[in-house]
Write a protein that binds this ligand. Structure first.
Ligand code: GAL
Length: 417
């Protein structure tokens, strides 16, 4: 496991963080929260810790979705230079835990009652071998549309309830001379959108079988082909300059009214919030057409490393602050996500946040809460990377047909397992 985890280290060391002798009164945090909304959310945490006398040693690695950050983290860990904590997604936490480099926050968890307040779906990834190794920060969900309200009014659009409605709405925007769909042509963004397309095309059971159970029959089925065809349809509504565009720049196109809609996780709402935009007035949040009732989730976790004893107090302070009820509300209001605890009131959240909290509860109770394959909660990182790669090749025309796409997907996932 260690070897597998640290492959790519030579490449990663090019990120070369100076070996910083961490102070006992500081929290060293690796993360990829570098957009306006993300940075604003992180500030909430910095301020909470400052009040307790802990300094913040920021280790930001830009790149939405966190691939670059995870490469940098590998290099640090391989060099024995453990940060106090790192932002991580689901299966990555489990990989590091299996490699034996994570700390043990169980005592804090017991004292704080995390077993009772953190949903089981998150405990699956924050508890390893009976020990708490990570503190969940939030729950994001990816099956959302983010729509500019003024553009929607201008084209006379209404909430699309089905995939066909969505296509009709995109056509209206096109006819009005607005870019219909804001997308960043990076593999993780394309795959994040495709998560929603698969759920919409195949329904909840199909999503689970294909994207969480990796059932081969489902992966190569006609339904999966249809999902790729639907993705191809959506890509026809994207502007020609989309390749390589960062996700927050795509969000900015919607905020400014240059584009009608973005399909993105609710971290996009953090950008609307940072731009002082209000749901219902300036923008609209709808579930991706045909996915209402289900939630495809991911959760940012602070993976806690096995730091030397004299740095553990800072780590406990970080973990305690992260899962405090007041922080869970204040942070998630700004971040666009919803709390990682079930007992935080929705009072301070805007309409989209309130819907997010209610949807999560309903999906959790109804068995329609599913891990995002693009966002580290469907399968281990190697499989998720294979998936992102195939989806992206399809979007950029290196894989030409949906027939070919499903064949490549099955093969890539098989190789990665
Ligand atoms: C996700 C992460 C979010 C958000 C997004 C874009 O992986 O869970 O918190 O930051 O990347 O950077």
């Amino acid at each position: 496991m260690l070897r597998k985890l640290f492959i790519g280290t030579a490449l990663a060391t090019s990120f070369a963080f100076s070996a910083h002798a961490a102070d006992v009164k500081e929290v060293q945090m690796l993360h990829w929260w570098t957009s306006g909304g993300e940075a604003a959310a992180l500030n909430v945490l910095k301020q909470d810790l400052a009040k307790e006398g802990y300094a913040w040693k920021d280790v930001p690695v830009a790149g939405g979705g966190g691939d670059a950050a995870m490469t940098a983290l590998k290099a640090m860990v391989a060099a024995g230079n453990y940060p106090t904590a790192s932002q991580m997604l689901g299966y990555t936490v489990l990989d590091y835990a299996a490699a034996g480099v994570m700390g043990d926050l169980t005592e804090t968890a017991k004292k704080e009652g995390w077993d009772k307040s953190v949903p089981a779906a998150l405990q699956k990834f924050s508890v390893y071998d009976g020990k708490w190794v990570a503190a969940p920060v939030n729950v994001h969900s990816v099956n959302w549309l983010w729509i500019n309200k003024a553009v929607m009014d201008k084209i006379g659009g209404t909430e699309p309830k089905t995939f066909d409605d969505f296509v009709a709405l995109l056509d209206k925007a096109k006819a009005a001379g607005v870019i219909p769909l804001a997308l960043g042509g990076q593999n993780w963004q394309e795959a994040t959108m495709f998560d929603s397309v698969v759920l919409s095309t195949g329904g909840p059971e199909f999503y689970k079988k294909a994207m969480n159970d990796l059932d081969e029959e489902s992966l190569k089925s006609d339904t999966m082909k249809k999902s790729f065809d639907n993705l191809a349809k959506l890509v026809t509504y994207v502007d020609p300059n989309f390749s390589g565009r960062d996700w927050n720049l795509a969000t900015a196109m919607v905020i400014k009214g240059d584009a009608l809609v973005q399909v993105m996780g609710d971290w996009a709402k953090g950008e609307f919030h940072a731009a002082n935009k209000t749901p219902g007035t300036d923008f609209l949040c709808y579930r991706f057409p045909g996915t209402d009732g289900s939630v495809i989730y991911n959760s940012d976790m602070f993976g806690m490393f096995n730091v030397p004893d004299d740095r553990k107090a800072a780590q406990v302070a970080l973990a305690t602050a992260t899962l405090s009820k007041s922080f869970q509300s204040a942070f998630n209001v700004v971040k666009g996500s919803v709390p990682a605890r079930t007992d935080v009131p929705d009072t301070d959240f805007d309409a989209c946040g309130k819907k997010g909290i209610a949807d999560l509860k309903k999906a959790n109770e109804g068995g329609t809460l599913f891990g995002s394959l693009a966002q580290g909660y469907g399968a281990p990182p190697a499989v998720a990377n294979a998936y992102k790669d195939v989806v992206s090749k399809f979007v950029h025309g290196q894989i030409k047909t949906s027939d070919e796409a499903v064949t490549e997907l099955v093969k890539a996932i098989d190789d990665a397992k």
